[in-house]
Design a protein around this ligand. Structure first.
Ligand SMILES: [Zn+2]
Length: 244
């Protein structure tokens, strides 16, 4: 009798701890939605600021030379980018952003909305407040966030290899101190000088399919010791040593 009661009690405790573990596992993956939470499934035809938030996170999953617009309008190009993102992370590639897609994004981002392998501190070694560049501080910081999500895609596509940003945002004074061009995209916050385990040519070539319209690598003056990626209105890629 006593034994049976103990067994029953044990069984109850085990079920309860299993439930607790289940809850813990769920909140463990969901806590990174603290910077932004999607409240509905998004698909082609959707529009709104939640679409823009999605576009920021999938803009690194495009075709060669393509740049996804952050226009809050879920069109064919957003669908294609979501499909590429889903395929890259082993999800069903249906182009519809639902719970599985958002759950993966939450797992990939920190509480400040930066992707887990990059940070605002890494993208700004110049000053603490993003001031003094070619655009307002908030714009420079927002540009850096967009660049980081493209870098996260690049990093994953290369097999999750470590990539380090040696220089990101620069104020005019930081830029002239390192001899940067007077029109450098570093002044806008969207440029990143990449070093790390992939070769500079691998970084330059692979960057073409991750939404970077400016790529400068080996063979381009001043770029033999890193690969520079950035956004610019019209495409400019040059890395002659890499055949680009
Ligand atoms: Zn650069």
């Amino acid at each position: 009798m006593f034994r049976r009661a103990t067994r029953t009690l044990l069984a109850i405790v085990m079920v309860m701890s299993g439930m607790l573990l289940g809850v813990g596992a769920t909140s463990g993956t969901a806590h990174a939605d603290s910077c932004y939470t999607w409240n509905r499934t998004l698909s082609q035809g959707s529009s709104g600021s939640d679409v823009t938030q999605l576009q920021i996170r999938v803009a690194g999953w495009v075709t060669s030379g393509e740049r996804l617009s952050y226009d809050g309008s879920y069109g064919a190009r957003t669908t294609a980018a979501v499909k590429k993102f889903q395929a890259a992370y082993g999800l069903t590639a249906d182009g519809v952003a639902g719970p599985a897609t958002f759950s993966k994004i939450y797992a990939l981002q920190d509480a400040d909305c930066t992707p887990i392998h990059f940070s605002y501190a890494e993208l700004n070694k110049c000053n603490s407040d993003w001031s003094g560049g070619a655009v307002p501080a908030a714009t420079a910081k927002a540009n850096a966030l967009k660049t980081m999500w493209k870098l996260e895609a690049l990093r994953h596509a290369l097999g999750d290899v470590p990539i380090t940003v040696s220089s990101g945002f620069r104020s005019y004074s930081c830029n002239s101190a390192v001899g940067g061009s007077a029109t450098s995209r570093h002044l806008y916050g969207d440029a990143a000088d990449l070093v790390g385990s992939p070769s500079f040519c691998t970084l330059a070539r692979q960057s073409r399919v991750h939404g970077f319209s400016e790529i400068l690598g080996p063979g381009y003056p001043g770029h033999n010791d890193h690969t520079h990626v950035a956004f610019r209105p019209s495409q400019f890629w040059s890395a002659p040593t890499c055949g680009m």
